[in-house]
Design a binder for this molecule. Sequence first.
Ligand SMILES: [Zn+2]
Length: 277
Amino acid sequence: MRWSKASPEGPEIHAQAVRLQFLKGERPRLCSPYLPALENLQGRRVKEVGARGKAFLITFEGGQTLYAHMQLYGRWVFGKPGQEAKTNRQLRLALATPEQEARLYSATQIELLNAAGLKRHPYLTRLGPDLLDPGVLPTDLVERLRDKQFSGRRLASLLLDQTFWAGPGNYLRSEILFCAGLTPEMRPRDLNEQQQERLARAAQGLARRSLKTRGLTTPPDLVSRTNHRHWVFNRLGRPCWICEALIRKEEWSGRRLYRCLECQGGGPWEMNFQDVE
Ligand SMILES: [Zn+2]
C-alpha cells in the first residue's frame, strides 16, 4: 500500500529521512532560489541526515546544518538529477548527486544554522520527545504525561501538540487512543500508571508500525484479513474490528477524530506490537 495523501506525520517524515540518506558522505550540488547563503556549502560533504518532528536536518562538514520544516504542504520528490517533476508546486530546494536528486516543493521554512543556532532554534527547542527517535524510551514518554505542564490537558489536544510528544498527527491521534483503550476527553492525571504506560507503548508502537508499513496502523494479521489500513480512522459507521460496534466521528481541537465507544472506556485492554518490537 502507499502512504495516504494526508499532511505528513512523524512516520512519513522519518520515511523520507530514510530516502534522503543517499546524500550522506556525498558532496551534493545545491540549489535554492530562496536561500542564497546555500552557495557557501557547494562542494561540502554531508555528514548527517535526519528528522526531528516535522523538520529535516542535513548537516555538512564544517558544522553548518540545513533546516527545512515541512509545514502542512511540503513535499520531497526523488528522481534522476535534472529531471523536473510535473507539478505546479514551487521548487524550494534541490540537492543532487550524480545519480539522484531530492527536490523539496512548497515548504517555505528553510534555514541555514550553525551549532549555536541549532541549539536555540525556536521550533527544535520546543519539541517534545520524538516517538520515532530510537533513543526515546517509553519511560521518557510517561515522564511527559506526568509533567504538570501537560497532565491537566485533554488527550485529544495533547496528541496534536508537538511540544508534548513529537510525531503524532491526526490519524495517529485516533489510532493511539483506540489502541490504548482511552477516550479523547481523558487527561493524563485521570490515568493510572498502567494506562499511562499503555498509552506510551501504543504511541511508539503505532508510529513504528506506520514507518515500517507506509502508513498502516493495523497489525499484519488484520491487514491480511481485512486489507484495511486503520483501526478506527476514516471508518465512520463501519463496525469496529474488535467488538463490531459502529465507529463514530467527532471533532476535537478542530480536527476529525474517530472512536469506538465500546472499546475506548479505560477498561482492561491489551494490544500487542510484537511486529515492531
Ligand atoms: Zn470496539
